[in-house]
Design a protein around this ligand. Structure first.
Ligand code: MGD
Ligand code: MGD
Ligand code: SF4
Ligand code: MO
Length: 676
């Protein structure tokens, strides 16, 4: 009998700008291959390198996946576990939680989660449980992008309403500032950024592949971006390139920064940023000529002054009117769900679901809190891997090792963090249940389609929390709502004219059939209704009224600035256990400018150490001028257990906060470098 071959369209739910369409080919009901959906507007072909490997590797390898609930049988961290039934696991968790609720209070139960999977049910539903019991949330965005959110909320009243990428057809210039799409958005990079007839300007300390391919690369010193923004505006002000009508009608604060811009000469800007005066002039003219899109990356705001940088950069679209018109836009993130719900409106007033789970502790306070028995008595980790991902790695692990901390980890894999759990619960992956995905770049909604049964006894996050609620005998309809009912209701709310079954059949659809020009009505959800470069709300929060033209000083002495952004082959720490990925990754490296390497007698391939007050890490040197002198580069996301020194780059980062939003400022870290 011929094999029964089926082709099913689904969506990649990783925390990724691209939001690719996935094609799963099944043979006699079993997954044969996971590949890219050629008909999807984002990828238009294969998946990225990492997903092509991992979705056909560990993701579907029963030997690599967690299959059953486990209970720790050895010491924390030594990885010895015994299999137990779901009932026993849930009963034990329920009784420990009830005990803590009664003896110490529910807020002593903490949970930490982020974007391990971004589909709607699997990312949001568990929060209902934690809200219901009154647990403390480790504030998710403060590990990633909260400084940018807070800053752009001051300025625009919203940080999730950027622009519609389809409108690039009307654009002349795209300014990519502190993002690395060649790694973090490979299809956006290739198909969108370089697939359209636009001038590309990149501002980044690193000459990554996008920067190397761009028309202009402004190789800035880390943390000097606000000074650059002022200096770019200086050129536009001097040459009469600002849009005075737009400023008058839609912006407040120009008068307060006018003088600061006038003083930020190109020569001054060049001295602050390390970029030549000619490049600053050229970039300013191209951007101001427009129509221009500005894309601020998430790496950009992971600097100590990241919030101020975002407010300073926002002056570019505000003062040149490069917002609310065809081919223009100011983008940090989009929220396709919110935009779909409001697609009949002229542009801006999206409802800003912030997935707030009640009381919280910031991620930068997490290392201290997890070491404090009075603050946290039980911890649930789901959709994240803090042992590998969080700064202050040593302190995180000492907290996770506490004997008196009752820890539950829910994951598809036995991660570094799972090794410290009392109970480990196996999660189903995106290939194994239906859900709804929204891209944060393209305005696309995607169906996630369950194409296989979960391996072993694994369950989707939402089902795990329904069962845990039942084990605790909690009352409340929202805790038990079925997936089908939520998906049906959400499709009605989205009002895109498709039922869940229809979307599943098609695989994806745009949030609006026609391209949208966001902010076209010129109404911003700020107190004044205008773009607030001068923000009273910021001042009330103890911040300057307007952005300032600051640049971080050089690291000083023998110190170098360490950047640890995304890796091509990893998705944060996801995929770090895949043999094919490990082979592609090779050993952990640090990229060093020839001047810094020469001064320390370091050659390509040498063994070196990076160290500071927080920790020490052994790496292999890569000598290259893709990084400027004074800056070293070593990417994030490797699994600790696979590293010889049982640590990754987060051993070097301290949990210092950004100027706004109590967010991570990992890219501000200073390190010493030594040949070993
Ligand atoms: N040094 C340094 N550190 C950084 C950064 C940096 O730039 N530099 N960046 C930071 C940023 S931007 C972020 S967002 C964080 C991310 O850090 P984390 O939130 O820790 O992200 P991941 O490491 O990918 O962990 C996600 C986990 O979810 C699991 N998972 C996948 N699907 C499911 C599912 O359906 N259910 C469950 N329960 N689990 C699932 C994966 O297997 C994986 O273990 O890291 C931060 N860490
Ligand atoms: N392959 C892959 N893709 C990913 C991820 C991954 O881990 N791997 N992670 C996902 C997640 S969670 C996120 S948040 C996004 C992040 O994706 P991006 O928004 O692209 O951010 P990062 O990769 O953190 O950093 C981007 C750039 O910021 C630059 N940068 C650092 N400091 C400064 C500075 O002071 N000034 C300027 N101008 N630039 C600076 C870095 O050199 C880096 O090239 O990517 C997502 N996509
Ligand atoms: S991680 Fe990003 S680039 Fe890779 S397949 Fe998923 S959506 Fe596409
Ligand atoms: Mo992130």
């Amino acid at each position: 009998m011929p094999a029964d071959i089926k082709t099913i369209a689904t969506t990649c739910p990783r925390d990724c700008y691209d939001g690719c369409g996935v094609t799963v080919i099944t043979r006699d009901g079993e997954i044969a291959t996971v590949t890219g959906n050629k008909g999807h507007p984002s990828n238009q072909g294969p998946l990225c390198a990492k997903c092509s490997i991992a979705y056909n590797g560990v993701w579907r390898d029963e030997k690599a996946r967690l299959l059953h609930p486990l209970r720790r049988s050895g010491k924390k961290g030594d990885g010895r576990y015994e299999r137990i039934s779901w009932q026993r696991a849930l009963d034990e968790i329920a009784s420990r939680f009830i005990d803590i609720q009664q003896s110490a209070g529910p807020q002593k139960i903490a949970h930490t989660h982020y974007t391990g999977t971004c589909s709607m049910l699997a990312i949001d539903f568990p929060c209902r449980f934690f809200e219901h019991i009154g647990a403390t949330e480790i504030d998710p965005d403060t590990i990633c992008n909260n400084a940018g959110h807070v800053a752009w909320n001051y300025v625009f009243g919203n940080s999730l309403n950027g622009f519609d990428p389809r409108t690039i057809k009307d654009s002349a210039c795209v300014l990519v500032w502190g993002a690395n799409p060649s790694v973090t958005a490979p299809h956006v990079d290739d198909k969108w950024l370089f697939g359209n007839d636009v001038k590309v300007i990149v501002v980044d300390p690193v000459r990554h592949d996008t920067a190397a391919r761009a028309d202009l690369h402004l190789q800035i010193r880390p943390g000097a971006d606000a000074a650059l923004a002022f200096s770019l505006l200086h050129v536009m002000q001097r040459d009469g390139l600002l849009d005075e009508d737009y400023i008058r009608e839609h912006v407040i604060g120009y008068d307060e920064v006018r003088e600061g811009i006038a003083q930020s000469s190109v020569e001054w800007g060049a001295a602050q940023t390390g970029i030549s005066a000619e490049l600053i002039e050229q970039a300013a003219r191209w951007y101001a000529a427009g129509p221009s899109i500005m894309w601020l990356g998430q790496g950009l705001q992971r600097q100590p002054g990241g919030g101020n940088v975002f407010r300073a950069c926002a002056m570019l679209p505000a003062f040149t009117g490069n917002i609310g018109k065809a081919g223009s836009g100011a983008y940090f993130l989009n929220d396709s769900f919110a935009i779909a719900r409001n697609r009949g409106l002229p542009g801006s007033h999206v409802d800003n679901d912030d997935h707030d789970c009640g009381q919280s502790i910031g991620q930068m306070d997490f290392p201290d809190a997890i070491n404090d028995a009075e603050k946290i008595k039980a911890l649930v980790v789901w959709n994240s891997n803090p042992a590998a991902s969080n700064p202050a790695q040593e302190r995180m692990i000492s907290g996770l090792s506490r004997d008196d901390l009752f820890t539950v980890v829910i994951d598809c894999f036995a991660t570094d963090t799972a090794g410290y759990a009392d109970i480990v619960l196996p999660a189903a992956s995106f290939l194994e249940f239906d859900d709804l995905c929204a891209s944060y770049f393209h305005l696309i909604l995607g169906a996630q389609v369950g194409v296989a049964d979960p391996p072993g006894e694994a369950l989707p996050n939402q089902e795990i929390f329904r069962r845990l609620a039942a084990a605790m005998k909690l009352e409340g309809d929202e805790l038990y709502q079925r997936d089908e009912d939520i998906l049906k209701r959400e499709m009605e709310r989205l009002d895109i004219g498709l039922s869940w079954q229809e979307l599943k059949h098609r695989g994806w659809c745009f949030a609006s059939p026609e391209p949208l020009i966001l902010w076209s009505d010129g109404q911003f959800p700020t107190p004044s209704g205008k773009i607030e470069i001068a923000s009273e709300r910021a001042r009330e929060d103890g911040l300057p009224l307007v952005p300032t033209a600051d640049a971080d000083p050089a690291a000083g002495g023998d110190y170098l600035r360490l950047l640890s952004p995304a890796d091509k082959y990893l998705m944060n720490s996801s995929y770090g256990n895949d043999p094919g990925i490990l082979k592609s990754l090779g050993p952990a490296t640090v990229t060093i400018n020839p001047l810094d390497a020469g001064a320390r007698n370091i050659g390509d391939g040498d063994r070196v150490s990076l160290f500071n007050e927080t920790g020490r890490l052994a790496l292999i040197a890569k000598v290259s001028d893709i990084v400027p002198a004074g800056t070293v580069l070593s990417s994030k996301g490797r699994w600790i257990m696979h590293e010889a020194g049982k640590a990754n780059v987060n051993i070097l980062h301290s949990p210092d906060k950004t100027d706004m939003g109590e967010s991570s400022s990992v890219h501000g870290t200073k390190v010493m470098l030594q040949k070993t």
